[in-house]
Ligand binder design. Structure first.
Ligand code: ADE
Length: 254
């Protein structure tokens, strides 16, 4: 999988690509990346990339020409076959607070692509003709407004690359929050007593069945407390068996 990030501030996503598990995935050749500085495609001597919006209004917009040229350069690098051929697996994403919500399900879908092109907006956004011409998906990472698209694009890249085969073990992915619609159970490591606080007895018992039940109950209790909407969703999707429903009954009548 290759990420192509179009940005006015490549140093922001670069720090992520050069760190930790991502750096290892890049080294192993599982993930590749290309940071495209939109300013390199500006054509006046000041390298201007923004202008006032038609119709008036506050703030500046990113001009279409530099973005258009930057996107063409990415298309040339990927090659027509991989860009729009019958078996092409590529998506052009514009990260924007007006996009559709980013979820684990969408991250799963995007992890199946071969090339992801992410456009990072600055100022008040980008000229809409770029969206009409180039963009497959507009994605928002949440109902709040960031000052730049770089952080939002990096969030999307992080959630997606770790799902690409070979980056992280499948066992770790199966157990984590959202994989089956519930939040994670609490975890503990040594020491057994930390500042007077112990570890739940069941985790020290070595009784695997009791540990499994305790963890499921903890997941249900936490999800009911902080994200009751996810419990409804899991039920709707048939992910809660009779045991889970019994535990919910216990938790809510306690
Ligand atoms: N750019 C600014 N805010 C954003 C958000 N919430 N999601 C995606 N891109 C953004």
């Amino acid at each position: 999988m290759k990420f192509h990030v179009l940005t006015l501030f490549p140093e922001i996503p670069r720090a992520f690509f050069e760190s930790s598990i991502m750096a290892k995935a890049v080294q192993k050749g599982i993930i590749a990346y290309d940071l495209v500085n939109i300013r390199d495609y500006a054509f006046d001597k000041h390298k201007t990339c923004d202008d006032n919006p038609y119709g008036g209004g506050a703030g500046m917009l990113m001009m279409p020409e530099p973005l258009n040229l930057a996107l063409k350069s990415v298309r040339d690098k990927i090659g027509r076959k991989n860009w729009s051929g019958k078996n092409a697996k590529k998506k052009v994403i514009y990260v924007t607070p007006s996009g559709k919500p980013f979820t684990q399900k969408l991250a799963q879908e995007l992890s199946q692509e071969d090339n992801l092109v992410l456009i990072c907006g600055r100022y008040e956004g980008i000229d809409n003709r770029i969206i009409d011409t180039w963009v497959d998906e507009e994605i928002s990472i949440g109902d709040y407004v960031l000052s730049s698209g770089e952080i939002a694009a990096t969030v999307i890249i992080d959630a997606v690359y770790r799902l690409v085969d070979g980056v992280i073990s499948s066992e770790s992915l199966e157990e984590e929050s959202y994989s089956d619609g519930l939040l994670e159970y609490p975890q503990y490591t040594r020491p057994e007593v930390f500042e007077g606080k112990g570890v739940p007895d069941v985790l020290l018992s070595g009784h695997h069945e009791n540990i499994r039940k305790w963890r499921l109950k903890m997941r249900l209790a936490k999800t009911l407390r902080v994200r009751p909407d996810l419990v409804c969703e899991a039920r709707k999707n048939g992910l809660l068996n009779a045991e889970a429903e019994r535990m919910i009954e216990e938790i809510t009548t306690q």
